[in-house]
Design a protein around this ligand. Structure first.
Ligand code: 3PY
Length: 339
């Protein structure tokens, strides 16, 4: 007997939005994905365990058990499934083309992630410029400040933001607070209304990536990982950066060619870097771990209670909106005008 209430499948962590879940339970039946592994999940999908689900809430933590929502998983989803609401700004673990082909609408959680991720970006900029990571390691090793040379101030340095979305703008706000000069590169300048909160002329659009790279003291990567950006930041880009400059990445590890980054650090082309993201998380390349010019964090971008709550709540609001009106609140851009 199909359930009287539309069913929502929870795939991955949903911890902070208990009140929102309770409200949804008044109108929907909530199922929690408990498949121990991918093979079992695919089998359950194709043998009817989830044959009436209308929407899925997905968090990247589900990848540990069932893997990415790639073509295989998407194609196995039941025909009742119309909405896939991802908790996260980045949705590189979901095959959007396969969803579109199957008529499944996908949303993500932009804006909810902006402040927390930008704070991590600013922390990495400060730590990389001031060498706080190295200083802490030295102090903890009982060596006080041995080998720590005077570092660099953020003030009056140029920050080049590659990818001026919500996180980029939140980072710009923080960097202006440190009297940094802020420039950015996107394919097109952002709509001026999005920069309305900034002082006139505080942020400058640079039309070519090369010009941004060659004029920035610090480059921050704030762009999504997709087929166009995978591995795009490599030897050529490092060589175009100013000698002794800094790279910060809070986007996705897969955007950067790690070997080229290590070469740039070893040759002195970069003086330091700050990374919150890695291509094969939770693994970190041992050469990165061994390099003392790097500040490393284990993907702490949105790791605050407040942001986790905002993200979960927005993913659930997308589900509620979709199931009541047919429209997602924050659809992924690839599907705009297509579904
Ligand atoms: O929202 C995302 O995609 C994140 O990576 C959170 O840090």
């Amino acid at each position: 007997m199909p359930s009287a209430k539309p069913q929502i499948l929870i795939s991955g962590a949903l911890v902070w939005a208990a009140a929102e879940v309770k409200q949804l339970e008044e109108h929907y039946e909530i199922l929690v994905l408990d498949s121990p592994d991918r093979a079992t999940f695919v089998k359950e999908l194709t043998t009817g365990k989830y044959s009436n689900i209308s929407a899925i809430y997905r968090h990247n933590s589900s990848a540990g058990a069932v893997g990415f929502y790639d073509e295989e998983i998407i194609n196995a989803l039941p025909s009742s499934l119309k909405y896939l609401c991802h908790n996260g700004a980045g949705y590189d673990q979901i095959d959007i083309a396969a969803c579109t082909a199957k008529g499944i609408k996908v949303s993500n959680t932009p804006s909810a992630v902006d402040d927390a991720t930008a704070t991590v970006g600013m922390y990495l900029i400060i730590s990389a410029l001031r060498q706080f990571y190295k200083a802490e390691i030295t102090a903890r090793a009982g060596k006080w400040d041995q080998g720590i040379a005077p570092a660099h101030d953020p003030e009056h340095k140029t920050l080049g933001i590659v990818g001026m979305g919500g996180i980029g703008r939140a980072l710009a706000k923080r960097a202006l607070g440190f009297d940094m000069k802020v420039i950015y590169h996107n394919r097109n300048p952002v709509d001026p209304s999005l920069l309305a909160g900034f002082p006139e002329g505080a942020i400058t659009y640079i039309s070519t990536l090369d010009e941004l790279l060659s004029t920035s003291d610090v480059v921050s990567l704030n762009l999504p990982l997709n087929a166009n950006t995978r591995g795009f930041f490599g030897k050529k880009q490092f060589n175009t950066m100013k000698k002794g400059s800094v790279l910060v990445n809070t986007a996705r590890g897969g955007v950067v060619d790690e070997e080229a980054l290590l070469d740039a650090l070893e040759s002195g082309q970069l003086s330091s870097a700050g990374l919150d993201v890695f291509p094969n998380e939770p693994e970190i390349n041992p050469r990165l771990l061994a390099n003392d010019k790097l500040t490393l964090l284990p993907h702490q971008g949105t790791c605050t209670e407040e942001s986790q709550h905002k993200m979960e709540a927005l993913a659930l609001k997308n589900i509620e909106s979709a199931l009541t009106t047919g429209d997602l609140l924050t659809p992924v851009w690839e599907q705009k005008g297509k579904l």
